[in-house]
Design a protein around this ligand. Sequence first.
Ligand code: FES
Length: 97
Amino acid sequence: MSSVRLLVCVNQRLGAGQKSCAGSGSRELIEIFKQRFIECGLNVPVVEQVCLGRCAEGITMRIAPGGPFYTRVTENDIEAISSEIRKFSQSKKITGK
Ligand code: FES
């Protein structure tokens, strides 16, 4: 198993007019991502995270450790993010981090 993982915000902000990732469907999107990763053989865990600090731009995800953020993520972004995770994993193997 790789130490690389995909963090997904599942925070729910309950204030009136406050956008949040859970309110935008992040939990449902996690299940879609997990299923797609299985289908394409991408062995990277999808980890729930309580707020990644970009609430107004959610659904927010980040490749960890230390990878890029993704905002306003939808199902349409799965292939692009999967590709980035593969590249990121390779770079971690090369640098040994
Ligand atoms: S609610 Fe998702 S980044 Fe804060």
